[in-house]
Design a protein around this ligand. Structure first.
Ligand SMILES: [Zn+2]
Length: 148
């Protein structure tokens, strides 16, 4: 897994132009139930498969530690390009935080949340394009907007 993380992180740094973090994130492979109980607050229809946790989201969701990327253990990162695309997405959020490029929190401000998510989606799409997989905008992205 370390070699995959290093490789995908290098892609993320090239794609974003953000400075390299002092250290790579801690990666934790967790059962899907972990996402149901933490970021989905018990909702069984939870489709989260990855989460990059910072101080900001660790405060919001009990059970998360800052500086950790949680990934659904059902993913096969070695063989499945979509799984590595998910990793690229979460690593983008990691370097967004370590670089401070979007300020102290990715989630406190609606516009920052959308811009940081858009960058992560774009990096994921660019990574998938290198693997021959066409871009599909996540359904959630089309509904993102901020109230006045
Ligand atoms: Zn995201």
């Amino acid at each position: 897994m370390d070699a995959i993380v290093q490789s995908v992180l290098a892609f993320v740094l090239a794609a974003t132009g953000l400075p390299a973090p002092d250290a790579p994130p801690r990666i934790e492979l967790v059962p899907h139930e972990f996402f149901v109980q933490t970021v989905c607050r018990g909702d069984a229809h939870c489709d989260a498969q990855g989460w990059s946790s910072g101080e900001d989201t660790a405060r919001e969701f009990p059970g998360l530690e800052p500086g950790v990327i949680y990934l659904d253990e059902r993913n096969d990162f070695e063989r499945d390009a979509h799984a590595r695309g998910l990793l690229a997405h979460e690593l983008t959020h990691y370097v967004q935080r370590t670089s401070g490029a979007f300020g102290p929190s990715l989630v406190a401000d609606c516009v920052v949340r959308i811009r940081s998510e858009a960058q992560a989606v774009l990096v994921q799409a660019r990574y998938l394009a290198t693997q021959g997989i066409p871009f599909e905008a996540p359904a959630a992205m089309r509904m993102y907007r901020c109230r006045e």
